[in-house]
Ligand binder design. Sequence first.
Ligand code: ZN
Length: 375
Amino acid sequence: MLTLTHYQILRFISASGPTTRAELVSRIGLSKAAMSGLARELIDKNLLRETSTIQKQGRPSTLLDLDPQGAYFIGVSMASDPAVIALVDFKGEIVNRIDIARSTDPDEFAQAIANCLPKLIGGAAVAQKRVLGMGVTLSGLVDQEQANCIKSTILGWQDVPLAKIIHKHTHLPTFIENDAKALAVSERLFGEARDMHSFSLIWLGKGIGAAHFVHDRLHRGAHGGAGEIAHCTIEPNGLPCRCGKTGCLDTVASMIAILDAARAQGLKAETLDDIERAAASGSSVAIRLLHRAGSALGLAISQIIQINDPQMVLVTHREERFDGLFSTVMQQAIEANVLPRLSGVTPIQFRKVADADWAVGAASVATHSFLHGFI
Ligand SMILES: [Zn+2]
């Protein structure tokens, strides 16, 4: 049984990386003897391990780090079909992966997950008792308890108690989460945002997703939809959107919108890169499209910067390259639309996301729950 202080130590090392006992004493505020005992208990439970020894102020100090083999989490991503089910270690590395057909029947899908767990876990030679929980991500709104899918247009779900259904079949503590929010959790635990307490993540795919950590908490708002920029009105009286409004950002800057507009204007384009190459060759249609979409996304991100003042905005995408006209215009639009005092102070980072990253995101939701004592 772990105490709140055990979790505090694990969270500190998770965020800071390998740490000495002395550093833990000064940061967490316990006596040396108490810290030594707690660290020993975590080592005995295989949650921490001693790594290397460093010289600090002339004396050798041993570094403590999370033991990647001490705890495992299952990540299920419904972002793609087939869905990806991954077994992920305590440090966010995938150790095994199985792809299964994505069923929109919750019971059928839960049973399919349960059926493949012995192969997933056994195939990696991991002891069942080390698998502590499961995270499931989907495109849609998820409630505060990370238990119910409030609405998913893609899956055709409304008020589906997915965590409970999956738990019934797998007996694992299960948490569900919106896909962009889960990706932000994995960036917070394992990635670019490891040492940040406030940052925003934007996902540019077929649709546009967004997630925001504010003071170390995933910001959800009163109804779970806080910071969802896709359906902010960006062009009043613009094109009709699938949400029922008109002129949403999604109708201008999502990949579906960009590619639809390109084809409607006679450009042969399957990817953003196709349009970028046409623009580089002087196609005025391609240049206009990239300007319109990049400006719209940049304008929306500038609002996020003004509202949340994040330490970083991480733009995630599926493209091989993201350094063309679209990205340039987007960054210019951000700079042009934030208050002068915020201009240039918020780094905009980019990262390509693969199918497997969504599954790591899903698992990280369970890891995050474990680190906060909810498992
Ligand atoms: Zn909309």
